[in-house]
Design a protein around this ligand. Structure first.
Ligand code: HEC
Length: 198
């Protein structure tokens, strides 16, 4: 605003209301338009180009890289019962399984695995699983003609085992799911049997 500007009442009137002519200051407009220019640059740099990734994407890449590095410390996991039992008891690696579940499985099995499109994974009734080692098989190969997708092409084999261990560890929570019990009631996992739990 120039120094000689005065508050000038404009000559129109609406419903008894008159107004001054005070335009938004130049510096305000400058910042406003600068945010436009910035947002275009930001979008092109972080989202549209391959030069850089968004912060969220960068974080995910880092987590994946870290995971892969640490996979070399556990070698190639077997999809068998002893391996599953071992990793069900390992909080750190089970949390990797939990994050795989969060990323890939909640859309169908629900955030707490109590079921949505897919069955409840927290109860004693199972459709495609008779024993612990069947879980990684179902996850790897899918079921019901693809209604449960096959994950072996999308997940690292170790991720299949770790998410299987995570899923197995949810049994006994018996969360009430929207679908009710599906399949047959199966015997407890060996470690639960050993601990005398159902
Ligand atoms: C597109 C939806 C969908 C996604 C995503 C999905 N599932 Fe499933 N899942 C299903 C359906 C549907 C079934 C039931 C198949 C059947 O009727 O036999 C199922 C069954 C299962 C079963 C066997 C349950 C039983 O009672 O036999 C397990 C274990 C399982 N899913 C784990 C997972 C895991 C782990 C993931 C993520 C890596 C996952 N699912 C992602 C839909 C999905």
């Amino acid at each position: 605003m120039a120094a000689n500007d005065k508050d000038v009442v404009r000559d129109h009137e609406y419903d008894g209301i008159k107004e001054y002519d005070n335009p938004t200051p130049g510096w305000w407009n400058f910042i406003f338009f600068a945010t436009f220019v910035f947002s275009i640059w930001y979008f092109l740099y972080y989202h549209a180009s391959t030069i850089s990734t968004s912060v969220a994407q960068g974080f995910e890449n880092d987590v994946t890289d870290d995971l892969k590095k640490r996979f070399s410390t556990i070698g190639d996991l077997k999809q068998d019962e002893p391996t599953l039992i071992k990793y069900m008891a390992n909080a750190e690696w089970k949390s990797v399984g939990a994050s795989v579940f969060k990323t890939n499985c909640v859309s169908c099995h629900g955030p707490d695995a109590a079921g949505q499109v897919g069955p409840n994974l927290t109860d004693d009734n199972w459709k495609n699983v008779q024993q612990l080692a069947d879980i990684p098989k179902v996850i790897a190969n899918g079921a019901a003609a693809g209604a449960m997708p096959a994950w072996k092409t999308r997940l690292h084999p170790n991720e299949v085992v770790l998410v299987a261990a995570y899923v197995a560890s949810l049994r006994g929570k018996n969360l009430p799911g929207p679908r009710g019990p599906e399949g047959a009631k199966i015997p407890p996992w060996p470690l639960q049997a050993a601990a005398g739990k159902p």
